[in-house]
Design a protein around this ligand. Structure first.
Ligand code: GLV
Ligand code: MN
Ligand code: MN
Ligand code: MN
Length: 428
């Protein structure tokens, strides 16, 4: 599997390894439409154009690189029902090198293999193929994950999306406009959706699935590739605690209504409520005191809650429990709390037929490739509501993601490309 085409994924990733490094946090910070992410988009466009793919950016900011059928027109009609693969180039703050870019680079490298097979007459295609790059998959800048695919599918109202703000107070409308997009054209795009016959996203595995006891051999090594099965339902909520802002030196301890205290106690409650429920994940990873000064008792503290569970009713119940507990803790401190749902995605079961086809293709290369559920959200999960979608995961020996420790070995990245190319060929 270490042929020239599959090795190419490692050199593609090597070409971007210095873009968006975060000296303070470690790893990479590549928020959507930042200088770093713009550079990555330009890199992708140059790579795709250099391969003679026809590149365009749609109304929602999704980049499409088209490999049309030989001799066919290059229009929406000839591209209906195409095979589409891709991922994203934005990252969480201080994220790893692979979450997103691995899927994009692997798609380019898989295309190289398929184009060589077509040139030699080994591959005769029945449909066009495209590689896509989705904006704001992580929701790190505007708060809603998979914003590009949600806009494309109509899963978010464009008016709501356009009014989302980043930490500097810029609206998504302003930032999108500055990047050449027309806010009035954003939203569900039937033409683009009709072009996606099947969608496949290759991604670094973000947990310990491939390294779990169930899947590892006597040497403790798991298979290089897995096929996606389900995505846990997940959502984000903001809890805003309000109290009395005041002076840290002149306010007696007994006189305080400090929202930081209510927030801190709620974080502990989130941990215990999440731990008491089988298969649940409940996290507070972000907290913002207002105004945020060392010698200032905050007047408000916002914290963001991420809750995930395979049953959506259980997720709702957990959030309700956390909210109830936050209300009690806030009242005890003389504060109030307000809960806002920022996004929610149902549990996703990937398309059964496509998953079967992916498993068959991948198992020719990696006989033990398992079907794996994941707790991580993906554009493939959003698209799955409207088009057959599936995923491939590449082994991550660290089992860690959304961290600089996320890792993929070169040989596994190469195996991912071959697996993706084989799977795409079987579907073309
Ligand atoms: C995105 O990676 C998410 O699952 O939060
Ligand atoms: Mn990702
Ligand atoms: Mn991610
Ligand atoms: Mn994700």
């Amino acid at each position: 599997m270490n042929n020239v085409h599959s090795q190419r994924v490692n050199s593609l990733l090597g070409a971007i390894e210095d873009i968006g490094r975060d000296a303070k946090r470690g790893g990479y910070s590549r928020p959507v439409y930042s200088a770093a992410e713009n550079t990555l988009r330009e890199w992708f466009i140059a790579e795709a154009t250099g391969r003679s793919l026809e590149v365009s950016t749609d109304a929602n900011g999704i980049i499409w690189a088209w490999w049309d059928l030989p001799g066919s027109a290059k229009n929406a009609a000839s591209r209906r029902g195409a095979l589409v693969t891709g991922s994203h180039l934005d990252s969480v703050p201080g994220g790893g090198a692979f979450d997103g870019p691995l899927g994009v680079a692997s798609a380019l490298a898989a295309y190289d293999q398929l184009a060589a097979r077509e040139a030699s007459g080994e591959l005769v295609r029945n449909r066009a193929m495209a590689i896509t790059v989705f904006p704001e998959e992580e929701g790190s800048r505007f708060g809603v994950a998979c914003l590009g695919s949600r806009l494309l599918t109509g899963a978010i109202d464009p008016v709501r999306a356009l009014n989302l703000r980043d930490e500097q107070g810029n609206t998504f409308a302003e930032v999108a406009t500055a990047h050449g997009l027309d806010p009035a054209r954003m939203g569900r795009d039937e033409t683009a959706l009709a072009q996606i016959g099947d969608f496949i996203e290759l991604h670094v595995e973000q947990g310990k699935g491939l390294n779990s006891e169930e899947h590892t051999d006597h040497a403790g090594r798991g298979p290089a590739i897995a096929v996606g099965d389900t995505i846990l339902g997940h959502g984000r909520w903001r809890l805003s605690f309000s109290g009395q802002g005041n002076h840290a030196g002149t306010t007696l301890m007994a006189d305080r209504s400090d929202p930081m205290i209510a927030a801190a106690q709620t974080i502990v409650a989130v941990r215990s409520i999440g731990s008491a429920q089988d298969n649940a994940r409940a996290t507070v990873g972000r907290l913002e005191p207002v105004p945020g000064g060392t010698n200032v008792i905050a007047s408000r503290v916002d914290l963001w809650l991420d809750v995930r569970h395979p049953e959506d009713a259980v997720t709702a119940m957990l959030v309700e429990k956390i909210h109830g507990q936050a209300q009690k803790l806030a009242a005890f401190e003389g504060c109030t709390v307000h809960l806002t749902e920022e996004s929610f995605s149902n549990t996703v079961h990937f398309d059964a037929g496509l998953t079967r086809s992916l498993a068959q293709s991948v198992r020719r290369l990696v006989p033990g490739a398992p079907l794996l559920p994941t707790g991580a959200g993906h554009d493939a999960g959003v698209l799955a509501a409207l088009v057959p979608s599936g995923m491939l995961y590449v082994r991550n020996p660290s089992g860690i993601s959304h961290s600089p420790q996320e890792y993929v070995e070169d040989d596994d990245a190469s195996a991912g490309v071959v697996a993706l190319a084989d799977a795409l060929e079987d579907l073309l």
